[in-house]
Write a protein that binds this ligand. Structure first.
Ligand code: PEP
Length: 245
């Protein structure tokens, strides 16, 4: 599974160029889940271009709000369904840190979505927490929202150390593998379904380092920010995942 997170970037022109660059580089043979989360207002434009170019790429959103109605600036689950999105990212560290997203909010969003969308649930520790050896404790706390939850195949976790996002720094592939194994264990024992979830790695993945992460047993794909903004770079990462390069 590979998901692009375009964050608050993009324009109609950028998307047009992106699709062209992606198509020129992409070697299409994937059986896996490939998705893009553009800004809300570009969802339809992207969807039309993917469709027109016959690209089997799902599209989704970077967040949803807890309800509709008097919530200026928000986007509801109904609106996301209206746009025929396949998935939503939930709990991204930028939502937690800039907009004050809490475990309680996240839990409400997971209840709301249930099985109606695929979910990419983000967790990750800060640089300070990492430095103080608190990574597992922090992740366990973030994973508490999954306690006694019945999880299905629509649910995926993205491990994104905050200090690795957009910095060019990453944990080693071995460290990532160990943390993914830990996450899978915690979720297996705390969810009521005893599910071993897919776990993606996110944080400064690019076309040069992607292979080293994908080689690890417990890495089930990637969530990609910066490097997904260029259609050609993103296609190269997808080709690596495909085992073509
Ligand atoms: C992200 O923020 O989800 C992310 C993975 O960003 P980047 O790839 O730019 O580090």
């Amino acid at each position: 599974m590979i998901i692009a997170n375009w964050k608050c970037n993009g324009s109609k022109k950028m998307i047009h160029d992106w699709v062209k660059e992606f198509k020129d580089t992409y070697i299409s043979s994937n059986e896996f889940y490939l998705g893009i989360a553009p800004s809300y207002i570009h969802v339809e434009h992207l969807a039309d271009l993917l469709n027109f170019n016959d690209l089997d790429i799902k599209y989704g959103v970077q967040n949803i709000d807890l309800s509709n109605g008097a919530r200026t600036g928000a986007i509801s689950l109904d609106m996301v369904h209206d746009m025929e999105c396949s998935f939503s990212i939930i709990g991204h560290s930028e939502m937690r840190n800039i907009y004050g997203e809490t475990n309680e909010n996240i839990s409400g969003k997971l209840d709301l979505i249930d099985k109606s969308l695929d979910i990419i649930f983000c967790i990750g520790e800060s640089a300070e927490e990492n430095f103080n050896d608190k990574t597992k404790e922090v992740l366990k706390n973030q994973l508490m929202v999954l306690n006694d939850r019945y999880l299905t195949k629509n649910f995926t976790i993205a491990y994104e150390p905050v200090w690795a996002i957009g910095t060019g720094r990453t944990p080693t592939p071995e460290q990532i593998n160990e943390i993914h194994n830990f996450i899978k264990d915690v979720v297996q024992s705390s969810s009521s379904s005893n599910t071993v979830p897919k776990v993606l790695y996110g944080g400064s993945v690019n076309e040069n380092n992607a292979q080293s992460f994908f080689n690890e047993n417990f890495v089930d794909g990637a969530l990609i920010g910066g490097a997904s903004l260029n259609g050609s770079s993103f296609a190269k990462i997808v080709n690596v995942y495909n085992g073509i390069d």
